[in-house]
Write a protein that binds this ligand. Sequence first.
Ligand code: SAM
Length: 312
Amino acid sequence: MENIEKLFSFIDEYAENIAKEHELTYLDSVLETLNTWLDGEVKPVGFEPSKEEIRKAIQLTLLKGMRQSAQPNHQMTPDSLGLLLGYFVEQFYGKEFKSNNKMIVLDPALGTGNLLLTVMNLVGDKIKGVGVEIDELLIQIAASSAELEKQPIALYRQDALENLMIDPVDAVICDLPVGYYPNDEIAKEYEVKAQEGMTYAHHLFIEQSLKYVKDGGYLFFLVPDHIFESEQSALLNKLITQKAWIQAVIQLPDELFSNKAHAKSLFIVQKKNETDKPVKEVLLAKVPNMKNMKALELFFAKVQKWKKEQKG
Ligand code: SAM
């Protein structure tokens, strides 16, 4: 058995037992298991798992737990999306990663932490994370996972659209929560506030992220495919034109989404600053089927060519 399978069985069996004994949900029991492992009361025997093995095994248990729970908000970003997003973070920050300074990266909708941890593990020990999440269980899972993977993430349990007590960060990554934001009192402070009715949370998250990133910082968002076609998109367009330069809009492969209506794109922007300029050409691309290695290689070559051409 591979380490990931062994580790999955270790967490899964322990969690199943706790769930039965204490009548907890499976996800609550996974959290209990991770904490018991952190306390040193139990641990996987016979091997020392790597950060990625830990993340992937936890991811499998979370997928199982989320399938069982009816909570629509408990949605994790799978690593197929996280690795693609991480690839783009590397393309934009490759140079910075060569220095000794750690970059501060914010995920304002941290969830289970799987997206942020996928990117942190991918780029090596180059990132200090900051995560904001409203859901108590998810942020606790993120905290325990980060501790087991020895990745530094500062955590804030709050509504990410209220004021954040953080210094400006170098970059933002976020799988945006999609839908209407219920708190109009808070939404009215935003430029993208809808003139009538409730405002889209994903628009508010983009504005909030632009507020907390440093000038010149990049923001990597997973957004609904048709984000610029809604009745509220004019205000979002205006905000982005004022504050940022669009870098890329990348459609993700359909097969990554069980329902086509929930398909997402990767939207990359840079917050304007005094020294940089807009890109010569915005990258508009579609990621091919991820099983087609040849097509994927061509896609990555196209991205690298585009990146080089924007320099001169
Ligand atoms: N990337 C995450 C992961 O890997 O688990 C999943 C993100 S999920 C698509 C969106 C998250 O946003 C959910 O965990 C949800 O609880 C959180 N969320 C929604 N509205 C929020 C708010 N106003 N403030 C903070 N978090 C919020």
